[in-house]
Write a new protein. Structure first.
Length: 76
């Protein structure tokens, strides 16, 4: 799951549908990406970063990493 993206989206008062519209995909397709079932395309990551005025690496965590409750990164 893309925890940082979820937090940014919710703090901005936006829904999954709002971001899906931004990306030009269905709400279900976006939900699958946010939940980690499918990967974001590079252009989608750029669009999201631009939308939230952030760097890609500030939002997206590589798939081989997870975030522990204490905020540590653990490689798999």
């Amino acid at each position: 799951m893309q925890y940082k993206l979820v937090a940014l989206r919710k703090n901005g008062g936006e829904t999954q549908k709002d971001i899906a519209i931004l990306l030009g995909i269905t709400e279900q397709a976006y939900r699958n990406k946010e939940n980690g079932k499918t990967e974001f395309k590079m252009n989608e990551m750029f669009d999201i970063a631009l939308h939230f005025n952030a760097k890609i690496e500030e939002i997206f965590l590589p798939r081989k990493y997870t975030i522990c409750e204490r905020g540590e990164r653990i490689a798999h």
